[in-house]
Design a binder for this molecule. Sequence first.
Ligand SMILES: Cc1ncc(COP(=O)(O)O)c(C=O)c1O
Length: 377
Amino acid sequence: MKLEIPLLKPYFDTDELSELERVLDSGWVTQGPKVNEFEDKITKYLGIKYSIAVTNCTSALHLALLSIDVKKGDEVLVADYTFPATGHAVLYCRAKPIFVDVDSKTYNLNPEVIGEKINDKTKAIIPVHTFGQPAEMDAIMEIAEDHNLRVIEDAACALGAKYKNKYAGTIGDIGCFSFHARKGITTGEGGMVVTNNKNLAEKIRNLSVFGMSSAWDREKDDRFIIPKFTELGYNYKMSDITAAVGVAQLRKLDKILERKRTIAKYWDEKLQEMEFIEAPYVSENAKHIYQSYVVLVDKRINRNELIMMLVEKGVQTQIGTYASHIQHVYNSTQKCPNSLDIFNRSLAIPMYYMLEEKDIDVAATHLKKAVEELKWA
Ligand SMILES: Cc1ncc(COP(=O)(O)O)c(C=O)c1O
């Protein structure tokens, strides 16, 4: 069936094509000058010191954890309500993710329950800026300082979001971003690690290129150099083809975010008059960028049935994201009741730059009707 109103649509124009053309014509398509340019632009945008472009946010998180020496026997506190890439990255280091429950309103890591999970093995905290709303970073940083823990921000969904006046991803030791198709700007797949710490930046760069110096760095050097492999790194580097799309997308970022905030307001108004659907809550400390617009469906409504009914009407919706602790791969004994409740009741509804108010009117009418039917079911 044709989806008249999809959940999302990336926004591209001729700018991406001309950037790509230049890279293809240049003959240098692996990591090189375009990646440098993309990194410089992200560095400037965020007002941070170092950016390292990688294949996706999962590899960004993996490298971030390796750079702070997370290893077997360590524990890392992870916001439970997240795409499981966050917990997976901890497992890649053979460490143990300890899932921490989230706040029922913001869906973000609840600082009040972090303390009880800290012990001698705890190495770091990973708050997630869920759906583009920054977590309560002041409280999280204070706990981290008190216990000498590192903070890695999973800012996969939050490029351009702000906590108070600071960009999400720039507050902890390291920030990790995603350019996956569902994110604010996209390169199809892609990621970025950012930090103000020179040592961590160097380590992450090295680990992203097999644990050796990068081909472009060697190309710039006049001397003949045979690289040395200093540690077990990965092939996590971003290509110049990917970065070409990234550079063009980054020029659109603020325009996209502004439009999405306007759309969010329109949805907020529409939902005010709707029974059984709760619009997203926004903390006064947050500039939410609405990577996704995720509502909560009342317990009396079958959310999965609702998703299927809406698809039949040409409106695509989706669950918000996942409760990590119930995923079998983790074999976790943690209890995160808020996260589980949000996992069961969340509904992501259409949100993207090109979405028009008239589309929202149609989608909202179908949503209201479907909820009416389901409340009697
Ligand atoms: C919170 C969160 N962290 C990490 C990731 C992984 O990002 P990527 O797909 O770029 O590896 C995602 C992707 O959806 C995400 O939502």
